[in-house]
Design a binder for this molecule. Structure first.
Ligand SMILES: [Zn+2]
Ligand SMILES: [Zn+2]
Length: 322
């Protein structure tokens, strides 16, 4: 097994945690009501985090934990090895994490530390387990993970961090779709009729051949419905000290009297604009595109998101991204 060199920050749907850099995020699913994250290291599950929103009523953690551990014990016994489960390990306390908390430990060939808590502020019940081998300092690793865990963020913005991508997203917008593949990451956010998309492609050195530039690239990746709906203009810029394009598009409907009349009758809202920042980061060798359909009053939201993207680690200055 590789030794733990450092920790990575992960942020997803308002939940943040630090786990060893060697652990890969292999499952990220759910929503703010129910969700699940899982980290593996070379096909061995290292950590999983589950959360559930308890909208009303009293949460009795002892009952919840007993019920969970009964089922978990039955599952462990299927391995045909002796099972030990201990509750109240004291690994972290209510004072440490600021929430009502229960801890447990188990051993059955491999070992694990668990934590169940309930947050009064966001009413999320969160179960976290860390798995390992008896010869490792799993206790120290589990404690560090538990102390880094938070189930909600303060303020109007939430930090998202995963797959080497870190950015702010505004609270109140919903993640409606995400796509994570080698060479391509995409997140769609929506609030009512407005939408924002954050995309990343790589490696840029392959995608932008000698015949290509950012203009030809954006023509390839822009969805047809955007090209049909908006009258687009773009200008070259220098965004984050990288070569970039700034796109702005006005809704063609705003020039059609019938569309204007219909809009005033139905929503009364101004026509939105299409906005986008596309840039190539030579350090990480990736292309980033933050774009959206927004009303004029919310255009700054898109600027904030684009500026918040960490496209390359600050300390790195070489051009060896993957
Ligand atoms: Zn919370
Ligand atoms: Zn960069």
């Amino acid at each position: 097994m590789r030794r733990t060199a450092g920790y990575q920050q992960v942020g997803w749907l308002g939940l943040t945690v630090q786990v060893p850099s060697e652990w890969d995020l292999v499952v990220a699913r759910g929503n703010r009501f129910d969700g699940y994250l899982r980290f593996d290291e070379e096909a061995f599950t290292r950590c999983h985090i589950q959360w559930t929103l308890v909208s009303a009523g009293k949460v009795v953690l002892d009952d919840q934990l007993d019920r969970y551990l009964e089922a978990f014990e039955r599952q462990l016994k299927k391995k045909g090895q002796p099972v030990t489960i201990r509750k109240n390990t004291g690994l972290v306390s209510r004072k440490d994490v600021g929430r009502n908390v229960r801890t447990f430990f188990w051993e059955c060939g491999t070992v694990g530390y668990g934590l169940l808590w309930f947050c009064q502020d966001c009413r999320r019940a969160v179960l976290t387990q860390v798995y390992g081998y008896a010869h490792e300092d799993l206790k120290g690793t589990a404690k560090r993970i538990f102390l880094s865990l938070s189930d909600h963020q303060e303020g109007d913005w939430e930090r998202w961090s995963l797959y080497d991508l870190s950015f702010d997203a505004p609270v109140g917008w919903d993640l409606t779709d995400s796509q994570i593949q080698p060479g391509k990451v995409r997140f769609h956010f929506r609030k009512g009729p407005w939408r924002i998309t954050l995309e990343r492609w790589g490696p840029a050195s392959v995608l932008l051949g000698p015949e290509d530039n950012l203009e030809t690239f954006v023509v390839k990746v822009l969805p047809q419905d955007i090209k049909n709906r908006f009258l687009l203009h773009c200008r070259s810029d220098d965004f984050k000290e990288h070569p970039s394009l700034h796109l702005k598009g006005s809704d063609k409907g705003a020039k059609r009297p019938l569309s204007v009349w219909w809009r005033q009758l139905t929503s009364g809202q101004p026509f939105p604009n299409f906005l986008g920042w596309l840039w190539v980061c030579p350090v990480s060798n990736r292309i980033y595109f933050v774009s959206g359909i927004l009303p004029p009053a919310e255009e700054l939201v898109l600027d904030h998101i684009a500026r918040s993207v960490s496209c390359h680690p600050e300390e790195r200055t070489d051009a060896c991204g993957r």
